[in-house]
Design a protein around this ligand. Structure first.
Ligand code: KG4
Ligand code: ZN
Length: 342
């Protein structure tokens, strides 16, 4: 239990620094965002073609104080209005996580507030509660740079893993394929843009599952297919049909996720679906997910700003943890590079 259970309303200040976004948000009762500040380092890492962990940590250190101050100002709150501090403790880049964790610990100690350690992945799922009335039980498709999975959210804090990726994550595949096509980091939005210029001209591999027992995701075969295709075309001296390759890859990558959702819906009988993680920003995924309504699905996804990394989702998850009686984490809290999904 924690000391907040008697409170009618809970306002959380949340911090997120697991990858290349330094973020802070003030969130009321898990669903109302009072402020959401994100300092992104995308431009800094772009020239390296991906996130450089050491550079990410240093830039978090430079940004975090101002990001937190700005979140407090924009929410128009003082420390007296804050009931709890929440921070992403994992999964992510260890050095990057440590910046947020240590700043949050300092704040909790100085202000005398309880501290709650939040899983980044659970945060992505909880992004679906913001500005919405979504309640468990539902199925959640999680597709980010580090994870691809379908989970059953039985209750706010009771989550069962139904399927996950055997190799690369969906977002990781978008990033790698973008690189092969000469598109900048992060690859997801770039592939989406390029795909609009082309058509599905290549028949790319899509793993098939017949039921929940053999339901899994795999992106390594698809990635290798694109690498081999590009090499072959380059060797022949042909111009790369980048639009067609992007459209065909996006189609195969998204088909796998939608097929997986169909299997999970059929096997569990659950029709309420939420989509989370950076790839949930993808327009083709949203279009195809909307199409699941023909199978009787009720589909939710977060607003675009809450799909990719942000602290509002961490504040939302912290609220439901607190209401479910989660223990405060002490000042000995440590960052973790990996955290179990469910
Ligand atoms: O959730 P997120 O911001 O960070 C992780 O927790 O990994 O996800 C980042 C991933 C990247 O791989 C990025 O390319 C992908 O999400 N992504 C997209 C789109 N926007 C971001 N993938 C496909 N289409 C998009 N529009
Ligand atoms: Zn993320």
């Amino acid at each position: 239990m924690n000391g907040l259970s008697a409170k009618d309303s809970i306002t959380v200040l949340a911090i997120e620094s697991s990858c290349d976004e330094t973020a802070c948000a003030v969130v009321r009762d898990g669903r109302t965002v009072l402020s959401n500040v994100i300092a992104t380092q995308i431009e800094i890492h772009r020239r390296f073609g991906g996130v450089v962990p050491e550079i990410a940590s240093r830039n978090h250190t430079l940004a975090i104080e101002n990001v937190v101050k700005e979140a407090m100002e924009r929410a128009n709150v003082t420390k007296d209005d804050i009931d709890a501090i929440a921070v992403t403790y994992g999964a992510g880049l260890l050095g990057a996580l440590l910046v947020g964790v240590n700043f949050a610990k300092g704040l909790a100690y100085a202000w005398g507030k309880p501290l709650f350690a939040v899983s980044h992945v659970k945060g992505h799922i909880a992004a679906n509660y913001i500005d919405s009335d979504l309640e468990p039980p539902y199925l959640c498709l999680l597709a980010s740079g580090g994870h691809t999975a379908i989970v059953k959210v039985e209750d706010y804090e009771r989550i069962t893993l139904l399927a996950s990726s055997r190799d690369d994550a969906a977002g990781e595949a978008f990033d790698k394929v973008a690189r092969v096509l000469g598109l900048p980091y992060p690859g997801g939005p770039e592939i989406q843009k390029k795909a609009r210029e082309g058509k599905v001209a290549f028949d790319m591999p899509i793993p098939k599952s017949s039921g929940l027992d053999d339901l899994y995701f795999s992106y390594s075969g698809l990635k290798t297919y694109v690498i081999n295709l590009v090499h072959r075309l380059e060797q022949r001296g042909e111009e790369l049909p980048a639009g067609d390759i992007a459209a065909s890859f996006q189609n195969a990558a998204i088909s796998q996720l939608i097929d997986g959702l169909r299997v999970a819906m059929k096997s569990t009988g659950i029709r309420k679906i939420a989509i989370a993680g950076g790839v949930s920003a993808n327009e083709e995924l949203r279009r195809r997910a909307d199409g699941l309504s023909e199978d009787g699905a009720e589909v939710r996804y977060p607003k675009l700003i809450y799909c990719t990394d942000n602290a509002a989702m961490i504040g939302a998850e912290a609220y439901f943890m607190i209401r479910s009686g989660a223990q405060e984490s002490g000042l000995s809290l440590d960052a973790k590079a990996t955290v179990p999904l469910a």
